[in-house]
Design a protein around this ligand. Structure first.
Ligand code: ZN
Ligand code: ZN
Length: 296
């Protein structure tokens, strides 16, 4: 190594030591936001536009006080595990999306997760299937919840969720549904069929984001959280994939309080883990928001 390169290396090492010191000082000095301070970085709920969920449904929202007064379903010492199970055949890339989603639910709710052995599609009889006019096979989600999942729901389940690659419909009147749940009974089933193609490198992040959003949103309902109209929030109702894709994965301050009440999660530790998860999975906007929450 010549002397010019040697001095350059020394400068580089010195700079990286400085920046490492700076980073750790910054991390040490970081002051996570309080619930009240969170309101200053929360995004306002958008004016409902024709076709959006809120424009059609005109829901009243749910404040934290209303949530508490409604005697919500809570995680308890006896019911503190989120169980996840694959129903029917799934490609390896779809299984990878489900596996990431299980990890995410554990971090998002601060609860233990457990994956159960897959269920064969033969648990859904011919009478609970149909062929959609566009040609795809569909399973009856109501049947799956009531007849397949409910009898198998583990005693200690805070939530018991099945994921399937099959398209779903809730009853014969409906065209399709992304998922369906019996909230008070802690069971639900979600389909990956309309989330995109995880084998396409250009789509895999979108498929993951959609699956993370629907899974975390629906488990929120299982803890009695209603649709949020306070801010832009994971618990906003959505009418379409387009609307879902511009809805954040994270919770607004009002819904975060509800989650904290339901699961007693340490919310700062949760932000740290979520920041890591979002960063590792290329979800930059969400990672940045977690950094703001952490005061970084
Ligand atoms: Zn919902
Ligand atoms: Zn909210």
């Amino acid at each position: 190594m010549n002397s010019a390169r040697l001095s350059a290396s020394i400068v580089l090492i010195f700079l990286s030591a400085l920046s490492a010191g700076f980073y750790s000082d910054r991390a040490l000095a970081a002051k996570p936001l309080t619930f009240n301070e969170l309101k200053s970085i929360a995004q306002p709920f958008p004016e409902p536009q024709p076709g959006s969920w809120q424009f059609e449904q005109k829901e009243p929202g749910q404040t934290f006080s209303q949530y508490k007064a409604g005697r919500p379903v809570l995680a308890t010492a006896k019911r503190k595990v989120i169980y996840v199970q694959i129903l029917g055949r799934m490609s390896d890339s779809q299984k990878a999306v489900v596996s990431k989603t299980v990890e995410y639910l554990g971090v998002f709710y601060g609860l233990k997760t457990q994956t159960l052995p897959p269920l064969d599609s033969s648990v859904v009889p011919i009478s609970a299937r149909r062929i959609h006019p566009m040609g795809q096979r569909q399973f009856n989600a109501t049947y799956i919840c009531e007849k397949v999942l409910l009898p198998r729901c583990p005693e200690d389940a805070a939530a018991y969720i099945a994921f399937t690659a099959e398209d779903l419909f809730p009853d014969p009147e409906w065209n399709f549904c992304f998922g369906y749940a019996l909230y008070k009974q802690r069971v639900g089933v979600w389909s990956l069929a309309r989330n995109g193609n995880p084998d396409d490198p250009d789509e895999v992040k979108t498929v993951l984001r959609r699956t993370l959003r629907i899974a975390s949103h629906e488990v929120g309902h299982m803890f009695s959280m209603r649709h949020c109209i306070a801010y832009k929030c994971n618990m906003n109702g959505v009418n379409s994939l387009e609307e879902a894709d511009v809805t954040p994965l994270y919770l607004c301050p009002e819904c975060l309080k509800k989650l904290n009440f339901a699961t007693k999660v340490d919310y700062v530790a949760r932000w740290r883990k979520l920041e890591k998860f979002y960063s590792e999975n290329g979800l930059e906007e969400e990672a940045l928001f977690m950094q703001k929450c952490l005061g970084l």
